[in-house]
Ligand binder design. Sequence first.
Ligand code: 5GP
Ligand code: MG
Ligand code: MG
Length: 180
Amino acid sequence: MKNDIERVLFSQDELAEKTRELGKQLTGDYQDKNPLVVGILKGAMPFLSDLVKEMDIYLEMDFMDVSSYGSGTVSSGEVKIVKDLNTTVEGRDLLLVEDIIDSGRTLNYLIDMFKYRKARSVKIVTLLDKPEGRVVDIKADYVGFLVPNEFVVGYGLDYAERYRNLPYIGVLKPEIYEEK
Ligand code: 5GP
Ligand code: MG
Ligand code: MG
């Protein structure tokens, strides 16, 4: 699997350090708020798992599965809720954890939905941000790294469901796409 990677963008150590930094910041900002940390499956799972271990506060976790992408690399523009939360969000401080923001459509949809459900606050934590891909005006409150307009995989991010278990983030060799 690792042989399919052309270039590493963020190493395991860099990811760990950034996650620690974000965790510290969130620990300060969310003291006594008992936030509901919402992971957007499946991509945010490795990041969320590391992030919450760096947050020294009481918190709860829940997960949603939404789909806006098919198995390829291009956004369909459509957001569908595949699995909803089990938790009532009314009055809660929400932290939406994402792997990457590209067009912003997924989060735009979710933020509106959580406001409608009367969350007290909704903030976004994203490991990666691809500002050039933006179609709707969405800004994350906590960002790990900015990435150029390239398709990246690893540490939760997939290509056709593969590579989520890579411990770092990288770019695939072009022939991997050509095989499809
Ligand atoms: P958005 O709604 O912001 O366009 O899309 C966000 C979702 O698209 C991410 O959660 C992720 O699943 C997928 N996505 C966007 N860019 C990339 C990328 O470079 N690599 C991978 N693997 N997924 C991406
Ligand atoms: Mg995602
Ligand atoms: Mg995907």
